[in-house]
Design a protein around this ligand. Structure first.
Ligand code: NAP
Length: 286
């Protein structure tokens, strides 16, 4: 039976650290603040926003939501984003995407200042992540994977990490972060030949695919550590969600595995807060 790498202990540990860092900033007269930019009111965005605000409250991090109508013009939205970017009270910016189709999202993303870009919306931030420049924030989900790996004392140096998924929001950046820790990386995708055999070679397998329960017992071997990033509607339990890994099939074989729910996804909002506190510290470093 595999060890279940649960999020709660990871979140509690990050929170304890952040509470102290926020207090230290407040003692200097600085209140770190997260700005959340939302166009429209998609239920998923509202759900994530509610979680982010609650997590921010729990560590004393201030927050402000900037909400705009779905039919906002490019010109008005650009002006708003530039104003938020220049607002000295806002240290970190989360912008929900995708934006409505009439907006030029690429242009808007590039307007988020890199030093406030706590979820890596701007390609310039991604460039920093790929260049191992720690002044660029990775997206929160890859950082959440790394927080799980670090908290549970999983060594990466010299280990073989196989990432399934090559998106800019999860697959590619998590591969870069693992390589930063001296892992040897393989990135797989929908055209990878003989994926089960490639996955079975991993010491650490990271699934970021978006296919419910795709990774089953045929992809894994004893001794492996499996990090499941997937969040998908569960085909077997309507109204519930599941990962990209078939937990029931994989868990009896591997050494450690992150559950869904209660795994990587539950660490992302505290990472968002951590990035914002880090951004604030950097903006106010002497
Ligand atoms: P995405 O942009 O759709 O990328 C999916 C990747 O998986 C692509 O690179 C795709 O390959 C690959 N893929 C799809 N089908 C495959 C197959 N049959 N075999 C091998 N590779 C396959 O998805 P994403 O945004 O990276 O998200 C991935 C998963 O993570 C989703 O379940 C999403 O809900 C979840 N997610 C979780 C969080 C969190 O906080 N935990 C945050 C973001 C996303 P190609 O490039 O060849 O198409």
């Amino acid at each position: 039976m595999a060890e279940s790498l649960k999020a709660k202990a990871v979140v509690d540990s990050i929170k304890a650290d952040l509470v102290q860092r926020v207090e230290a900033l407040k003692a200097r007269g600085i209140t770190p603040k997260l700005g959340i930019i939302r166009v429209g009111a998609r239920p998923d965005d509202l759900f994530y926003e509610g979680g982010a605000k609650k997590t921010a409250d729990s560590i004393g991090l201030a927050h402000q939501v900037f909400e705009y109508p779905e039919d906002i013009s490019q010109e008005d939205f650009e002006k708003a984003v530039l104003e938020i970017g220049a607002n000295k009270e806002i240290n970190g910016i989360l912008m929900f995407a995708p934006l409505p189709k009439h907006l030029n999202e690429k242009k808007i993303r590039s307007m988020i200042p890199v030093e406030k870009d706590v979820d890596c919306m701007n390609l310039a931030s991604a460039g920093k992540v790929f260049a191992d420049d720690e002044t660029g924030f990775p997206p929160c989900t890859p950082t959440a994977c790394m927080e799980m790996i670090k908290f549970y004392g999983i060594p990466l140096k010299g280990k073989r990490v196989v990432v399934v998924g090559r998106s800019l929001v999860v697959g590619k950046p998590v591969a870069m972060l693992a390589m930063r820790e001296h892992a040897t990386i393989t990135i797989c995708h929908s055209r990878t030949v003989n994926l089960p055999a490639v996955c079975a070679e991993a010491d650490i397998l990271i699934a970021a695919i978006g296919r419910a329960k795709m990774i089953d017992s045929s992809y894994v071997k004893p001794g492996q550590i499996v990090i499941d990033v997937g969040i998908n509607p569960d085909p077997d339990n309507p109204g519930k969600y599941c990962g990209d890994v078939d937990f029931a099939s994989v868990e009896p074989i591997v050494d450690k595995i992150t559950p869904v729910p209660g795994g990587v996804g539950s660490v992302t909002t505290i990472v968002l807060c951590k990035h914002t506190v880090m951004a604030c510290e950097m903006q106010h470093s002497a």
